[in-house]
Design a protein around this ligand. Structure first.
Ligand code: F3S
Length: 390
């Protein structure tokens, strides 16, 4: 892989250990995937911020990097941590709180923005055609497919290294030839709601692996529904990008058909219990947009959350700040608008949560394993009906 004279100095350690190790990570990665050079990035987004998913050894690596004066050279944002600063923070054991706060401190020392969200694009939309190094898979699919930015699906360490160097190896989704659609998906069933967009993603992710589909036949599309579709595609497969509003140029492109029965079975598979009394109703995977908060507030306004049921709406700090009137409506009803965290990367078992109801296919897919909880998968309106009294 070609390195400029300046990049060679980084590689040889002339700018210190932190820069050297990060450069070595990027060069190794570039060599593995036949990159020819490094390219500048507009931003990096790092996952693996929650102590629950990170653990102790990577936290020590972070500490070493910060101590060696690793500094982000581009705008660098962070995925959710394991609790919000207020409601759940008080319920966490002291040692967990301390470990988590120490992780955040190391990132802050290195100049990362404590965005703590999986929807960094609501803070600042990347420019169309800009190169990014993002690690959150749902955000990667959204960036490539909806925002028109260019990013590989980074791992936590490679996104961290890219942030500190300000560059990423030029391979995969950074190259125009690798962004061409290579399969056509014909959806022959109308999608009724955001949950069904997610279920479609779960179904297709398993079939498509790392292909780039053109998905035809989507009805009543919104950015939020595409967010659900993309998050779910990346949950069960390695899809990094999809198209939904173009016609295939290549006539003999491979084609698959999605029928009503495929979708119905997938929706059913995402609920693991027939018990319709969840301990937690969770909205906000991926983190809610302003529109989604408005929608929840409209449905909940003037009603009360059932006693003994937790109702969480997860979003980023920046969206919460912009939605204050609607946040008040949700909180007056007994719900919690939580920032910085999500159910999957939080310790819900220790809070006694055994059944989680959600409109997110990604959460419904992961919660049985990562939260040791039963799941009820349903659209927003049904989730709210379960959360509310009467
Ligand atoms: Fe975001 Fe957590 Fe879902 S990080 S995409 S809300 S699993």
């Amino acid at each position: 892989m070609y390195l400029t004279k300046e990049e060679e100095r980084f590689y040889d350690g002339e700018y210190g250990w932190a820069n050297q190790i990060c450069m070595k990570i990027l060069v190794r990665l570039g060599e593995l995937f036949n990159a020819t050079k490094l390219i500048p990035i507009e931003s990096a987004h790092v996952s693996g911020v929650s102590y629950k998913t990170l653990g102790d050894a990577p936290a020590e690596f972070l500490q070493a990097l910060a101590k060696a004066e690793g500094k982000a050279k581009v705008k660098a944002t962070l995925n959710p941590q394991s609790f919000d600063p207020d409601y759940l923070s008080r319920k966490m054991p002291k040692h967990v709180r301390e470990k988590q706060l120490n992780i955040l401190k190391q990132f802050e020392k290195m100049g990362f923005t404590s965005s703590l969200t999986c929807t960094p694009y609501y803070l600042k939309k990347p420019k169309r055609g800009s190169h990014l190094a993002w690690a959150e898979s749902s955000a990667v699919v959204y960036a490539n497919s909806v925002l028109g930015a260019w990013t590989n699906r980074e791992g936590g360490p490679s996104a961290l290294a890219a942030a500190i160097i300000g560059k990423t190896p030029d391979y995969g989704m950074h190259r125009v030839e690798n962004r061409q659609p290579n399969i056509l998906v014909d959806v022959r069933t109308p999608l009724q709601n955001e949950a069904e967009f997610g279920a479609l993603g779960i179904y297709l992710g398993k079939i498509l692996e790392d292909k780039i589909p053109i998905i035809q036949g989507l009805n009543d599309v919104s950015e939020e529904k595409l967010k659900q579709l993309g998050a779910a595609l990346a949950t069960t497969g390695m899809v990094n990008m999809f198209y939904h509003d173009v016609r295939p140029e290549e006539r003999r492109i491979e084609k698959i058909i999605v029928e009503t029965e495929n979708l119905k079975r997938t929706v059913e598979s995402l609920s693991t219990t027939a018990n319709m009394k969840p301990d937690l109703v969770f909205i906000g995977c991926p983190h809610c947009s302003l529109n989604e908060i408005r929608q929840v507030a409209k449905l909940i306004d003037g009603k009360k959350v059932e006693a003994g049921t937790e109702f969480w709406v997860c979003t980023s700090r920046c969206v919460k700040e912009r939605a204050l009137g609607n946040v008040e409506k949700i909180e007056n009803s007994g719900g919690h608008v939580l920032t910085d965290m999500c159910t999957i990367v939080s310790w819900t078992e220790t809070l006694g949560i055994k059944t989680i109801m959600t409109n997110s296919a990604k959460t419904a897919y992961y919660a049985p394993t990562l939260n040791k909880a039963d799941t009820i998968f349903a659209p927003l309106e049904h989730c709210l009906k379960s959360a509310l009294q009467g």
